[in-house]
Unconditional design. Structure first.
Length: 101
C-alpha cells in the first residue's frame, strides 16, 4: 500500500434524481468526523458503508439531509470593516498576494 498524494485524496458526493440516498466518499478528516458524528446521532439517516486502509470512508445517507452551501465573495465594504475590526482589537495584519479568480 503506497501513500496517496493530496491530489488523489478526493471527495465525491453522488446522488441521482431517482433515489432517496446520497453516497459520500471522502478522505477529508473534517468531513469524516462530521459524518461519523451525524451517523452516530441519526443511524436511520446515515451509515458507514465502507472504510479503506488508505483512509477513505464511504457513507450512505438520506439525501434530504444533505445540502450544498455556496458562499459569495465578501464585498469591499465587508473586507474593510473586518480589517478595521482586526486593527482595533489587536489582530496581526498579514499581507497576501491577491487571489486569482
Amino acid at each position: 500500500m503506497r501513500k496517496l498524494s493530496k491530489y488523489e485524496k478526493e471527495t465525491i458526493i453522488n446522488w441521482n434524481e431517482g433515489e432517496t440516498i446520497a453516497s459520500i466518499y471522502t478522505f477529508n478528516a473534517s468531513l469524516k468526523r462530521r459524518l461519523e458524528d451525524f451517523s452516530r446521532k441519526y443511524p436511520l439517516l446515515c451509515r458507514l458503508e465502507r472504510s479503506t486502509p488508505e483512509g477513505s470512508v464511504t457513507y450512505v445517507m438520506d439525501k434530504s439531509r444533505l445540502s450544498i452551501r455556496l458562499v459569495p465573495p465578501y464585498s469591499e465594504e465587508r473586507l474593510a470593516a473586518a480589517r478595521e475590526y482586526a486593527k482595533e482589537h489587536g489582530f496581526q495584519v498579514i499581507q497576501t498576494e491577491e487571489k486569482i479568480a
